[in-house]
Design a protein around this ligand. Structure first.
Ligand code: NDP
Ligand code: GDR
Length: 341
């Protein structure tokens, strides 16, 4: 039986990947760090599976990572754990680098010394491109990160590639553009929109307060993207791949479609800070500087033609379908927690 270790298993991607690997007959070990309150919602489909096991560990703890990798000798290691929230990386840059830079290196060293036969996947990010001049970004696009998070992911990408080239290890980077789902963390803009919208719909919230509405992102659906991770790890040659839809939309587009999904037509008024979304006479969406970033990434759009051509991967879920699923899920979730269903 094939074995896989997933770091970041409690997160959005880790939980979908655990489900995918279990379906494909793997034994899956999920790295889990101690929490004051256990938040295991994303893992409800796998926790009772006999082929799933949690292992205690943290990307900051080298000796523990060494022991896990030495003892398990997993066929595949997916490093999805990270400090993932871009704004937090300005307030906690050293912590972010400890986990997102040194964490990657700790695992690579453990593989090099104790388990050189393990295949390794590093969760790289479109944030490495930041203030790009290219209309769409591919594997060769110059890195110009705009946050400590982006810088840390650039290091993670480069050190992973370097270990492949220096030691001949089977090491791959997936450079994934933004991908969302019903399991997206509530602080990220898409889920913040769909969850707050559900609160407004049920009368639990008055309005949605956002930052920069004009940023453009290439948003895909997370379950489609974890399939790409597996395909990257199963190509005969280890390599780096962009994973994206090739379409970009503004935050405003996302919000408008989300409101439409529950039948509210937002009318935007004014520009910049005075911008308000109106439904009847009620302000539903407001812009606040509080959510602006010290340095913004204005636009990202990926060119995934290498993954399409070499791996045969393509996104399956449209932007509209994804938003509809997220909105319906959040309305249903809140109705249930409100005792309405
Ligand atoms: P999430 O924020 O949903 O999950 C992050 C995971 O990392 C959680 O399981 C979290 O555990 C874990 N983690 C954080 N710090 C540590 C630590 N010190 N030690 C061990 N585990 C830790 O992220 P996503 O699923 O969205 O993203 C997965 C990966 O892909 C990340 O590396 C992210 O940077 C990258 N990425 C994501 C993209 C996206 O659009 N989603 C796009 C490009 C890259 P806990 O539950 O304990 O907090
Ligand atoms: P991002 O995602 O920074 O791209 O990182 P996020 O959803 O946080 O921001 C996307 C864009 O939306 C703008 N924005 C807001 N963002 C948040 N969070 N909250 C708001 O209220 C708001 N209003 C506007 C932001 O300024 C930004 O331009 C995500 C993470 O998953 C990373 O880990 C991953 O590497 C990248 O995607 C690719």
């Amino acid at each position: 039986m094939k074995t896989a270790l997933i770091t970041g298993v409690t997160g959005q991607d880790g939980s979908y990947l655990a489900e995918l690997l279990l379906k494909r007959g793997y034994r899956v070990y999920g790295l889990n760090r101690r929490k004051a309150l256990a938040g295991m919602d994303n893992l409800k489909n796998v926790l009772n599976n006999n082929n799933f096991e949690m292992v205690e560990g943290d990307l900051s703890e080298e000796s523990r990572l060494n022991a896990i990798i030495r003892d398990l000798q997993p066929n595949e290691i997916y490093n999805l754990a990270a400090q993932t929230f871009v704004p937090y990386s300005w307030t906690n840059p050293l912590y972010t680098c400890n986990i997102n830079c040194l964490g990657v290196l700790r695992i690579l060293e453990a593989i090099r010394i104790y388990s050189p036969g393990s295949r390794f996947y590093q969760a790289s990010s479109s944030e490495i491109f930041g203030k790009t001049k290219e209309k769409s970004q591919n594997e060769m696009t110059y890195h110009y990160p705009r946050s400590p998070y982006g810088c840390s992911k650039s290091f993670g990408f480069n050190i992973a590639r370097n270990y492949r080239e220096s030691y001949g290890l089977f090491v791959c980077n997936g450079i994934l553009f933004n991908h969302e789902s019903e399991r997206r963390g509530l602080e990220f803009v898409t889920r913040k929109i769909t969850h707050t919208l559900a609160e407004i719909e049920l009368g639990l919230s008055e309005k949605l307060i956002l930052g920069n509405l004009n940023a453009r992102r290439d948003w895909g659906y997370a379950p489609d993207y974890v399939k790409a991770m597996w395909m990257i790890m199963h190509h005969k040659k280890p390599d780096d791949y962009i994973v994206s839809t090739g379409e970009d939309h503004t935050i405003r587009d996302f919000a408008e479609l989300a409101f439409k999904a529950v039948g509210i037509d937002i009318r935007w008024e004014g520009e910049g800070l005075n911008e308000k979304g109106l439904a009847g006479n009620k302000v539903l969406v407001e812009v606040s500087k509080k959510y602006y970033r010290p340095a913004e990434v204005d636009i990202l759009k990926g060119n995934a033609s290498k993954a399409r051509k070499i791996l045969g991967w393509k996104p399956e879920t449209t932007f509209e379908e994804m938003i509809k699923r997220m909105v319906e899920h959040d309305v249903d979730l809140l109705k249930r927690s409100n005792g309405e269903n």
